[in-house]
Design a binder for this molecule. Structure first.
Ligand SMILES: [Zn+2]
Length: 221
């Protein structure tokens, strides 16, 4: 039985390395608690698919296994947070990733719309490596699969929409070490920043998604 749907006014930042499962948790939490799910990765990939100027710029960084520059992401997020569905409650997934981004976010929010929760999804690096190398993403609907832990019924075909599932260019093994290292370097100061502000909560995310989700909902009440 799933938990009853309950709206909250949480404005949450989800932190976690690539593969920590925060995107999956954010999708579930936004549906369950009626929060706007703001995934900067999904937004950027959408721009790439559309071939916009922003998308082309972002693609060159993503293909190199690098993070897209702060200024690009900040502008995109500020625009998204002003939309009606994100007025009082949201989850930021994939942003901020750097201390300057966190500071820019705080400056752009009024006291009444400030961040209320920061959740850190902690997973050991060797576990992240296995999760990422097996990950496949639907090129049509964005659903995420895993060749071992969450396979599609038919290899390469999304169960949900029939689209083709692909290994994202930044999920190739040679790119993964680089992403994890970059994440560690840039995000460590963020954890300290939010800890100082007494907003940081850590979840052991090396457990089943259902167990992690239950704890997450408790933390966000
Ligand atoms: Zn699909």
């Amino acid at each position: 039985m799933s938990a009853p749907s309950k709206a909250t006014n949480a404005r949450a930042v989800f932190l976690g390395a690539p593969g920590a499962g925060k995107g999956t948790q954010a999708k579930q939490a936004s549906a369950s608690a009626q929060l706007a799910h703001i995934s900067t990765g999904d937004m950027l990939r959408h721009e790439v698919t559309l071939g916009t100027a922003l998308g082309l710029q972002a693609k060159s960084f993503m293909d190199a296994g690098k993070l897209v520059p702060d200024a690009v992401i900040i502008g995109m997020v500020q625009e998204r947070i002003r939309k009606p569905d994100a007025k009082s409650a949201w989850i930021l997934d994939g942003f901020p990733r750097t201390l300057p981004q966190a500071e820019a976010l705080d400056k752009s929010l009024s006291a009444a719309s400030a961040v209320t929760h920061v959740i850190y999804f902690a997973v050991p690096e060797q576990v992240l490596f296995g999760r990422l190398t097996g990950r496949r993403t639907c090129s049509k609907c964005g659903a995420i699969w895993h060749v071992e832990t969450k396979p599609t019924k038919l290899a390469g075909v999304c169960d949900l929409c029939g689209g083709s599932t692909v290994q994202r260019s930044d999920d190739h093994p040679e790119k993964i070490s680089k992403r994890l290292e970059e994440y560690r370097t840039l995000t460590a100061p963020l954890l300290a920043y939010y800890k100082n502000r007494k907003l940081l909560r850590e979840i052991d995310a090396n457990r089943s998604p259902a167990v992690v989700f239950k704890e997450l909902l408790e933390l966000m009440q």
